[in-house]
Design a protein around this ligand. Structure first.
Ligand code: BYC
Length: 327
């Protein structure tokens, strides 16, 4: 072997040793519950997993504005309209914090938006169902935001600092969202027989899709094991789903509504509710983009992006002018 070859081989070994050292230090920091920050060394797969999860989370918040926006002009009172408007604006803010957190990992907002519009990035299955009646808005707050809180509270301790910090404010706002939804359902459930029927119908349609929000069962969740090891996820999909069922069933009972699951039964040995089979074929179809209003959702996002391009252009022109002036 000549000297050049030997020195190349030494370089490769040195890089490998260096990488192994950095890898071990990274794993030790995660195991010690330290936050990983944007400028810290991280394995490429960790970065990719975070970009995937955080951008999907951001897209869910943004697409999640659409089903609720559908009822803004038809809210039954000024009070309900003001609450709904505030909630939708909160969701937009959540999307923006999360896009900003993902950008710290080296992906641009435009790249993420393009991936959503091209169908390469996912968003939560729950937003591919239509909001048919006013009671759906109450049910979304109660069930969808209720499920989101259970999933997101542990994410305040996720291992990536910017994601964890974004979740702190998001969780506070989700808590208000859940309460306003439950309060709206309370009013309907204690209202006229027609209002009670509307509340029950909304629960019937949103219950199973809400359980699907937590993702596939643990034994069919390809990302869970590694994400749990890296402390990106702090609880498994099934554990969070069970927790949601256990807190929500008594809430439904207090409303006098029936959970649409004939197999739902308290299990004293487990101190949890047993529940019926989830239709995973439906879940995977919705994940594949075959949800009842999936095409409308993406079309609405693309239309908004294109028709509002003048806002982005005006903001850029204003910033360029400001910088010129400063120079
Ligand atoms: N919908 O290995 P798994 C909100 C995908 S917004 C679509 O278990 P992971 C709100 C999954 O991505 C709340 N896809 O994955 C907003 C993966 O595919 P890829 C949104 C799903 O990541 C407005 C594959 O299935 N919350 O609350 O370990 C108004 C296998 O799954 C879903 C978040 O985004 C789904 N439901 O676990 C009101 C929370 N489930 O990516 C309310 C943050 C799974 O490999 N995200 N998939 O192609 C998470 O906690 C995790 O990403 C998940 C999935 C638990 C969702």
């Amino acid at each position: 072997m000549d000297t050049v070859e030997l020195s190349k081989q030494n370089d490769v070994s040195a890089i490998a040793a260096d990488d192994a050292g950095r890898h071990a230090a990274f794993e030790a920091r995660v195991a010690a519950d330290e936050f990983i920050e944007p400028k810290d060394w991280m394995p490429e797969a960790y970065r990719k997993t975070l970009i995937r999860q955080i951008s999907q989370h951001a897209h869910s918040e943004i697409v999640g504005m659409l089903p609720e926006g559908n009822w803004l002009t038809r809210a039954p009172s000024l009070r309900r309209k003001a609450i709904l408007l505030a909630k939708i604006q909160d969701e937009c803010g959540h999307g923006l914090y999360l896009y900003a957190a993902a950008e710290t990992l080296g992906v641009s907002r435009d790249e993420m938006t393009e991936a959503l519009h091209a169908g390469r990035a996912k968003y939560s299955t729950i937003f591919n169902y239509p909001t048919l009646t006013w009671a759906d808005i109450g049910a979304i707050g109660w069930l969808v935001d209720g499920a989101a809180i259970l999933n997101q509270v542990p994410l305040q301790r996720t291992s990536y600092g910017p994601y964890a910090r974004a979740m702190v404010r998001i969780c506070k706002e989700e808590s208000f969202h859940q309460r306003q939804g439950y309060e709206s359902m309370m009013q309907l459930a204690n209202g006229t027989p027609a209002q009670q029927r509307m509340a029950q119908d909304a629960l019937d349609r949103w219950w199973w899709p809400s359980l699907m929000m937590f993702g596939p069962p643990d034994d069919n969740s390809p990302n869970s094991a590694q994400s749990m090891r890296w402390r990106i996820k702090r609880d498994t999909n099934d554990k969070l789903r069970q927790k949601f069922i256990d807190v929500t069933v008594p809430q439904a009972q207090a409303l006098g509504l029936t959970i649409p699951d004939p197999d739902l039964k308290w299990n004293p040995a487990r101190e949890s509710y047993d529940y019926g089979a989830i239709d995973w074929a439906e879940f995977y179809a919705v994940v594949r983009g075959e949800g009842p209003v999936a095409k409308d959702r993406i079309k609405a996002r693309i239309d908004a992006w294109e028709s509002q391009s003048w806002v982005r252009e005006a903001a850029m022109a204003h910033e360029a002018k400001r910088q010129n002036k400063a120079a």
